[in-house]
Unconditional design. Structure first.
Length: 211
């Protein structure tokens, strides 16, 4: 049987020093180009226009939720996921999940949903730099794989939400769209560093545009 990638992620997640994985990034940052909206539209082109419209609706909803400072919870993600998938209800997965052509298996235990909820709660820990919190939440969604479908899209919305809560919007998301592996601590730390770079570069371009 394929090894449990979720267990590997939980082990690695607790070994990474997220506090020192990146430096400080500016906040708030208002991009001159809405990179997430561009990503949503591009997501629609990959299959059908409706997919893009649903992603834009989920993005708008997530930003409205950020304006209300709603805590990041599994229930909140389910609300966005209903919009992403265009379904009236999206329950937490009821069995094992697979990704990457079956090469990664995410087991399900009686504690999986509770553990996921605990991980999401850590996205509000201000002792950890913003970029690390956003990257870690992205990977939590990717590797807990909470819903039967659409988890990659939800992971991006989750990363954006953590940033949005502190007034940060990126002007590009393309570099984030690479394959991540649950048993790769260096890759997880690199993602946090990449988010930090994207925040800084967005801030630099926005500052230059104002002058």
């Amino acid at each position: 049987m394929t090894a449990d990638a979720l267990a590997a992620w939980c082990r690695i997640r607790n070994q990474i020093d997220w506090t020192s994985a990146v430096g400080e990034a500016p906040a708030p940052v208002k991009a001159t180009v809405d990179g997430l909206a561009t990503w949503c539209v591009a997501g629609g082109r990959s299959s059908s226009p409706d997919r893009g419209y649903r992603l834009l609706a989920a993005l708008a909803r997530s930003r409205a939720d950020a304006s209300l400072e709603r805590p990041l919870t599994c229930g909140l993600l389910a609300e966005w996921q209903r919009l992403v998938l265009g379904m009236p209800e999206v329950p937490f997965r009821q069995g094992e999940a697979f990704a990457k052509g079956g090469r990664e298996r995410y087991a399900l235990t009686p504690h999986t949903q509770r553990n996921f909820q605990d991980c999401l709660r850590e996205s509000a820990d201000l002792r950890v730099p913003l970029a690390s919190r956003a990257a870690r939440a992205y990977l939590d969604v990717a590797f807990f794989h909470p819903f039967p479908d659409g988890n990659a899209r939800l992971a991006m919305l989750t990363l954006a939400y953590v940033l949005e809560l502190e007034g940060v919007r990126l002007d590009q998301t393309g570099p984030l769209q690479t394959t991540r592996y649950a048993d790769d601590p260096a890759g997880a730390a690199d993602l946090a560093a990449l988010v930090c770079v994207l925040i800084r570069s967005t801030h630099r371009r926005a500052t230059s545009a104002r002058h």
